[in-house]
Ligand binder design. Structure first.
Ligand SMILES: Nc1ncnc2c1ncn2[C@@H]1O[C@H](COP(=O)(O)OP(=O)(O)O)[C@@H](O)[C@H]1O
Ligand SMILES: O=C(OP(=O)(O)O)[C@H](O)COP(=O)(O)O
Length: 415
């Protein structure tokens, strides 16, 4: 059992999950190469292989579900490649089933033999999965009603999606005995130990392109007085620069507009006015229309912003050096292009070389960690989560954890 604030979260031992048919929700959402459609990083797949192996060793058969990307985005792809990589890490074939709730998937699940494991297609091809709603409502979705009767238990290992109240995360615990998987258990236990409210200064490095999510995170970090400094990069920084009244030039405004981000300017302004401890870059690496790269100050940007600039790296690194805990999520630039990895890599290096404890989250940030960096657990925690990690650290109750608690209360009669 793990305890998170007033929640009791059952783990595999609490339910004695052996020789059963288990629906296992994992998060193997990974960065995708836009040109080839291939996966750029398999850290999450490797991490979840551990839970898969253990459940199989306990004699269970597994129906594995996950999402990848969001409909409409380049990385919204099939899980077929994931199944091959997962098979490699588990050391046993995890058959890919090209269906989620249709007759083919249900037939395959019904015939699943002892010790077998299958991975269903990207659960977000079922449109219900995109809707966030309370667990009671999610437990009545087609997804839950079609799959739940075919399994004995539900195990949620998807810490990285624990902040979403979607059917595959919060619907099943209300209708099946449920437990947290090993990754969920390890993340929650490790983060609760590492992250003390009293340790300061706490520095957060927040970049990337999930701007709306990051605004929510910043609001929570700020409201709960968790962050001493928030260093912004990526599209998050661009939005705050605009909110501050800085002219980033026509091209960058067009980029923000095309991604629907300009509607977030009033919210970003409110965050700034509320006194959030927020820093924005003083310079950027930009790409000119002729392909030339240059470093430009924040108040004289002419090209397309692709990374934070060298002066920003220097200033941010000095804040990192003074921090007791550094949490990084979301890259500083367009890291798919090698030329724009310098900002992100430099801040990662500064964090690892600093005396503070380092928490690294989010698929893109993790993919920038050099493979030869030694991960000493007394110094670094590499989380499988990004948004979920940050909201957890900000003191939010994650819906997936709340649903597991509800399941425990319903099935054990204990609170
Ligand atoms: N200045 C920028 N302009 C456009 N995209 C950016 C910029 N900086 C970062 N990005 C994009 O952010 C994406 C990663 O962000 P995100 O998905 O939020 O990270 P995470 O893996 O933590 O979820 C990358 O695809 C990267 O290209
Ligand atoms: O990659 C994820 O989140 P993250 O980018 O915050 O780490 C999770 O798979 C959740 O994906 P979502 O933000 O599309 O719900």
């Amino acid at each position: 059992m793990i305890k998170v604030a007033d929640l009791n979260i059952p783990v595999i031992e609490d339910l004695d999950i052996n020789n059963k048919k288990v629906l296992l929700r994992i998060d193997i959402n990974s960065p995708v190469d836009r040109k080839t459609g291939k996966l750029l990083d398999d850290s999450r797949i490797k991490a979840h292989a551990e839970t898969v192996k253990e459940l199989l060793d306990r004699g269970n058969s597994l129906v594995i579900i996950s999402h990848q990307g969001r409909p409409g985005d380049d990385d919204f792809i099939s899980l077929e490649e994931h199944s091959k990589i997962l098979s490699k890490y588990v050391g046993k074939e995890i058959e890919f089933v090209d269906d989620v709730i249709g007759p083919y998937a249900r037939e395959r699940i019904s015939k699943l033999g002892k010790g077998e494991a299958i991975l269903l297609e990207n659960v977000r091809i079922v449109s219900e999965e995109l809707i966030e709603a309370p667990p009671q409502q999610q437990s009545k979705t087609f997804l839950v009603k079609k799959l739940a009767p075919l399994v004995d238990y539900y195990v949620n290992d998807a810490f990285a999606t624990a902040h979403r109240s979607q059917p595959s995360l919060v619907g099943f615990p209300l209708v099946k005995p449920s437990a947290a998987g090993r990754i969920m258990e390890k993340e929650v236990s490790a983060l609760s130990k590492i992250f003390n409210k009293e340790d300061s200064p706490k520095v957060f490095v927040l970049g990337g392109s999930k701007v709306s999510d990051t605004l929510k995170i910043i609001e929570h970090l700020s409201k709960n007085r968790v962050a001493d400094r928030i260093l912004t990069g990526g599209l998050v920084a661009e939005l705050f620069a605009v909110a501050k009244g800085i002219n980033l030039g026509k091209t960058n405004m067009q980029v923000l507009e095309s991604k629907g981000l300009l509607s977030l300017v009033p919210r970003a302004r409110k965050i700034l006015l509320s006194g959030a401890p927020l820093e924005i870059p003083v310079d950027f690496i930009v790409e000119k229309p002729n392909g030339e790269l240059s470093s430009e100050p924040e108040n004289n940007v002419t090209g397309t912003i692709k990374d934070i600039g060298p002066t920003t790296v220097e200033i941010y690194s000095s804040f990192i050096k003074e921090a007791k805990v550094i949490t990084l999520r979301g890259p500083m630039g367009v890291i798919e292009d090698e030329r724009f990895r310098v900002g992100t890599k430099s801040l990662l290096k500064a964090s690892i070389e600093s005396p503070g404890y380092v928490i690294i989250g989010g698929g893109h940030m993790i993919s920038m960690l050099d493979k030869d960096v030694e991960i000493n657990p007394n110094k670094i925690h590499v989380s499988t989560g990004g948004g979920a990690l940050l909201l957890f650290l900000a003191g939010d109750k994650l819906p997936a954890l709340e649903a597991l608690h509800m399941s425990w209360v319903m099935n054990s009669g204990k609170s």
